[in-house]
Write a protein that binds this ligand. Sequence first.
Ligand SMILES: *[C@@H]1O[C@H](CO)[C@@H](O)[C@H](O)[C@H]1NC(C)=O
Ligand SMILES: *[C@@H]1O[C@H](CO)[C@@H](O)[C@H](O)[C@H]1NC(C)=O
Ligand SMILES: *[C@@H]1O[C@H](CO)[C@@H](O)[C@H](O)[C@H]1NC(C)=O
Ligand SMILES: *[C@@H]1O[C@H](CO)[C@@H](O)[C@H](O)[C@H]1NC(C)=O
Ligand SMILES: *[C@@H]1O[C@H](CO)[C@@H](O)[C@H](O)[C@H]1NC(C)=O
Ligand SMILES: *[C@@H]1O[C@H](CO)[C@@H](O)[C@H](O)[C@H]1NC(C)=O
Length: 221
Amino acid sequence: MAMTPGRRAGVWVALCHSLLAAALVCSKNHANDLVDMINKNRTALKLPALNDSPGIGCMALQYIELCKGNCTNNVPHCNVTEDDFTEIFAPNCGVELPTFGTLTGQIVGCHSKYLEPSLAFSQVLVKDNTSLSLLRNKSHTEVGVGLVRAHKGPSFWCVLFSSDHANSTFVLEDRGIGIQQKKGCFSGSSNPCSGGPKRTATLMSTLAVALYCLCILLFHM
Ligand SMILES: *[C@@H]1O[C@H](CO)[C@@H](O)[C@H](O)[C@H]1NC(C)=O
Ligand SMILES: *[C@@H]1O[C@H](CO)[C@@H](O)[C@H](O)[C@H]1NC(C)=O
Ligand SMILES: *[C@@H]1O[C@H](CO)[C@@H](O)[C@H](O)[C@H]1NC(C)=O
Ligand SMILES: *[C@@H]1O[C@H](CO)[C@@H](O)[C@H](O)[C@H]1NC(C)=O
Ligand SMILES: *[C@@H]1O[C@H](CO)[C@@H](O)[C@H](O)[C@H]1NC(C)=O
Ligand SMILES: *[C@@H]1O[C@H](CO)[C@@H](O)[C@H](O)[C@H]1NC(C)=O
């Protein structure tokens, strides 16, 4: 049965839209989505939502960048010591050292390929009681998420919690403007996630919109 012109137009527009959506997904910051999920899980139990701290998020990204190699059973191999937080992560992020607080929990996870935030949450990060009780700890006040997705390789996630007085710890110099974010992304930041330099991600989203316009234009010709 032949399609009516109206129906064909609908299919075409839907096609253009899914093209745009697919291209834009490449430049979204899924670290922020994970913080939303953590908070939804808490508020469903009437626990207070955690403050989304860019300072903690940036350090979570630094942390997960030191996790490499094979990902077995969602457990990454991370070469991180206690001192790295104050000696490497905080300076890299521009966390003002006098505001460096106490981190009271961490969850790291990985998967052989990239997973959407909801799957990363339920299948990697919060799949057992230990991580669930960490997430639901009443004394936590702040959270930050960092993630790195390797092109065609495994993806890594890190969640850090703090129980400090929210908003006065892990403060970023110049509100985080100078952070060098080479890859991945972290929560509390509007920078999109990328496998490469930030410029690549911006280029990708510009390209996506251009492609979409072209798609719509072709239809009207
Ligand atoms: C990763 O796994 C493969 C196959 O199991 C193995 O050959 C390789 O040595 C592993 N690499 C590391 C860094 O553990
Ligand atoms: C771990 O990191 C230290 C430096 O921080 C480095 O000297 C060491 O070789 C690393 N180990 C592995 C297994 O990558
Ligand atoms: C919650 O976290 C605090 C540290 O911030 C810890 O002392 C306490 O034992 C945790 N509570 C539970 C129920 O795990
Ligand atoms: C919170 O997360 C746990 C673990 O993934 C899940 O079993 C539970 O259904 C979630 N609760 C809500 C309200 O989303
Ligand atoms: C996790 O906790 C729930 C309720 O607190 C319990 O029913 C369940 O058996 C626990 N699961 C494991 C694997 O310990
Ligand atoms: C921290 O700052 C955020 C955003 O500015 C705000 O929504 C939140 O209420 C603050 N939390 C505290 C405990 O001051």
